[in-house]
Design a protein around this ligand. Structure first.
Ligand code: M6R
Length: 366
């Protein structure tokens, strides 16, 4: 049942190329310049008239929501707010019938997300679901939606759900952007072609597995990790830290790279491994100067870089390469080595990778 893998988590990490492909299959036709998703088409007016999009989710799904904030705003120029479902519902939020709420949930059973949906609906908002489990409570409770089609995710630590959620949300953003005219037809097509290349590039990113394992060996006994990223890759830093916490029980924090100087820099010494996402596009020079600051304080740097990078290579203790892509799609690649890193550390520490202590696959309590 684990398909020859030692754990479901590893199997699911390796399923990502095909899972991502399954997510866009039949929905995206680059040659014909078409993206078609029934849940979006049927409600196009509502989407186009929306004052803003509010994303509600928890955990990893919330991180996918954060990535989508950057994507929606950049491509479709729609203001987006991303909310922890649990905070949203308990603070008397301002919601109107001009809001579109997107609820993201792998299981479709998360109690806080379900409650946030009910609240949004009661205020007249249109609620769109992005779920993996077909027929789940959230899929049923929402007005419309799009499934991720990632296949069953068994490991408690979410992996392929995250990348397929980003894929669906990217398709929606592209479709809305085209309808609004905020991207040209050339850009539209170019993005689709690049997205179509992602499964192959994820496969390439997975080839770093052995090297990532050797890095895990070096840092497995660290008691703290810092993860830094900017822009589209800031949520990836949060997600990398969550993965490590969940399955290896090592304390980790994700931060926007530029925020480091406002506090976390005080933590840095020779015992602190710092994972920095430093792909070539996206404030590269700024991230490089963050890396220099870390280095001058003797922090250990694990850089996630674009293939062929030389600048970060000179500064970092280790660099893990991922293929080049559009900046907007880079989270689908940079997240791969972070999943592998947490996996290998947890295995080396002899932790229960697929069923970490205190955690359940779906959190059905509020
Ligand atoms: O099923 P959901 O996507 O609604 O779950 C939300 C979170 O509970 C979930 O992502 C959790 O954070 C994972 N264990 C992360 O790996």
């Amino acid at each position: 049942e684990k398909g020859g893998f030692d754990h479901f988590m590893l199997k699911e990490i390796y399923e990502q190329p095909s899972a991502i492909q399954d997510t866009f299959r039949g929905r995206m036709l680059p040659k014909d310049a078409i993206i078609k998703m029934a849940g979006v088409e049927d409600n196009m007016k509502t989407f186009l008239n929306a004052d803003r999009i509010i994303v509600v989710a928890c955990g990893t799904s919330w991180h996918a929501g954060l990535v989508s904030e950057y994507i929606f705003e950049n491509l479709a120029r729609i203001p987006v707010e991303v909310e922890y479902a649990s905070e949203f519902r308990y603070r008397n939020p301002v919601i109107t019938d001009k809001d579109v709420v997107i609820a993201i949930s792998q299981s479709g059973e998360t109690a806080d997300t379900l409650a946030a949906i009910k609240l949004a609906k009661s205020k007249g908002a249109f609620v769109f679901g992005v779920c993996n489990v077909v027929g789940s409570s959230i899929a049923r409770e929402t007005d419309a939606g799009a499934y991720t089609h990632a296949g069953p995710e068994i490991g408690v630590a979410s992996t392929k759900a995250f990348t397929t959620q980003i894929t669906v949300l990217t398709l929606i953003a592209l479709r809305l952007a085209r309808a609004k005219g905020t991207i040209t037809s050339t850009e539209f097509r170019h993005h689709m072609i690049e997205l179509e290349l992602i499964p192959e590039k994820v496969k390439k990113a997975l080839e770093s597995d052995d090297y990532v394992r050797s890095i895990a060996e070096i840092y497995k006994d660290a008691s703290n990790f810092l993860y830094l990223g900017r822009g589209y890759n800031f949520p990836v830093a949060l997600e990398g830290a969550l993965k490590l916490k969940e399955i290896s029980y090592i304390h980790a924090e994700g931060y926007p790279a530029a925020e480091m100087k406002h506090g976390p820099i005080a933590l840095i010494d020779e015992n602190m491994p710092i994972v920095v996402i430093a792909t070539r596009k996206g404030h590269y020079d700024k991230v490089v100067s963050n890396i220099e600051e870390i280095k001058s304080r003797s922090g250990k740097i694990i850089g996630i870089v674009t293939e062929g990078d030389t600048t970060v290579k000179k500064l970092a203790d280790h660099v893990i390469e991922v293929p080049e892509s559009l900046e907007l799609l880079s989270p689908l690649l940079t997240t791969i080595p972070l999943q592998l890193l947490s996996y290998h550390i947890a295995v080396m520490l002899d932790k229960n990778v697929d069923q970490p202590r205190n955690l359940a696959k779906s959190v059905t309590v509020e």
